[in-house]
Structure formats: structure tokens, C-alpha cells
Design a protein around this ligand. Sequence first.
Ligand SMILES: [Fe+2]
Length: 265
Amino acid sequence: MIDLHTHFLPDWDDGPETWEETEKMVEIAIADGIKKICVTPHFFRFSRHGDNPEILEDRIQKLFDRFGSDNRIEFYRGAEIFIYPNLISQIQEKKLTINQGEYFFIEFPSDQVPPGTKELFYQLMLAGYTPIISHPERNSVFGSQPQLLYDLVNRGCLAQVTAMSLTGEFGSEVQKRAELFLENNLVHLIASDAHDSQRRKPVLSKAVEAASKIVGRDKAEAMVEEVPQAILNNEIIPDWGSPINPKIKKKFFNFFKDRFFKKNS
Ligand SMILES: [Fe+2]
């Protein structure tokens, strides 16, 4: 499996505090069947050292030095960028995309989808980038208005669901949103968003089991294999179905339900 969204770098963000903790996380990932990990350190949020790119480069280099000879695991670089008006120049200057390609992770505040998001995404895509929305199921606005997520995905961006959301470890509300987004083809890949070896571990297998019950095993496995591999290769991801607007689907369902009950009452 491939884990595309993780926090493995010590002394950069709210991930592990020490290299010993990073090593424990690596062992957990390997035991779970993960063979490739993309590190996605926070940028513009939770990061220490004023987002200094030289310090980030140092941490990434140390990670590669430490695990480069471990043939059980491969590391790739990326970032998780907090939504910010001047993103395009920052992405270009600071090499914040996944494996130097055109995909990158973008994070929203947990209770907002800022005005101007559609326009920003449009500009990003015009510049050749494909945003991947980090864990939309943990955003209360996408939760209450899933059509906003549909609008963005329908315009060509991707979205990542977090493994612990699917397994219910962020609560039943977040789990229900994750399931709804899966059912409606609004999320494309599963990642751990791991931060440590205790509470937020790099584990994907349990989420693949949970997703299999909703979208079938082939698609659930593709969400941790073919899809993240295509992103690492900077290729178009496999087509597992067009996004569905849950609001319209609900309207249709209610329309037929009303007719059925009226006819039979
Ligand atoms: Fe993250």
C-alpha cells in the first residue's frame, strides 16, 4: 500500500517529536503492509521555524539519509498546504508538490470553506496544478453542504479521506460524512494522515476493510494503491466513477419515495 498523506518529520510540525518516534512509526507502517510513504509536512499551519524552506529541506534530507538503505520502505516528498491566497508562487518557489509533480495537498480550516475557494482552485488548475483536498470529511462546512465538495471535485480537483475517519476513530459524525463522500465518488484516495505511533498511526488496512463494504474491494484497494501510485507518477488517476451531487441524489430519492407512497396510500 501507499500512504500519501503523513507527518513523519521530527521538529517541523505537530508530528513526531524525535527520530526514535519516527522509527516507531515506520515499523508500524511496514507491519501494516505500507511500502511507500509520502511525507506531507504542514505549511502555513502548525509548522515551526517560520516555514523556513532550508530547515524543511534539512529534515527531509535527514529522513532520506536515515531510511534510504531500508529496502522495506520508500519515502517521497510532498507538503500539506493551508489554504492561502498567494499559493501559486509559494508552491513553485518552495517545491511543495507531491514528488515534484503537479498534485499537492491543500488543507482547509475545520469549520470553513473560505470565500474565493472556487476562484483560487480555478487559478491553480490554470497554472497546471491539481489540488487534493485533505480530509474534507473533517470539515464541518463540507459535512453540512456536501454539494460544495461536489462543485470542486466536479471541476477537477481530488480529495483524500483519512483512514481513521472511515474506521470511526474521529467519531460517528465524521464517519458518516466519510461514507457519504465515498458513496458519491467525492473522495479518491485513503491516507493515514499519521502524526505519531500512539494515537494517529500510519495504518491503512482497517480503513480499506471499512471502505470495501461501501465501494467494493477493488476500488477500496485502488484507493491505497493505483490511485496514489498515479499521483506519485504525476499521471491521471484511474477513473472509478464521476462525482455525484448528494443533494440532487437526495431530491430524486425523495421525489420517487413521495410518488411511491402516494400511489400506495
Ligand atoms: Fe495532515
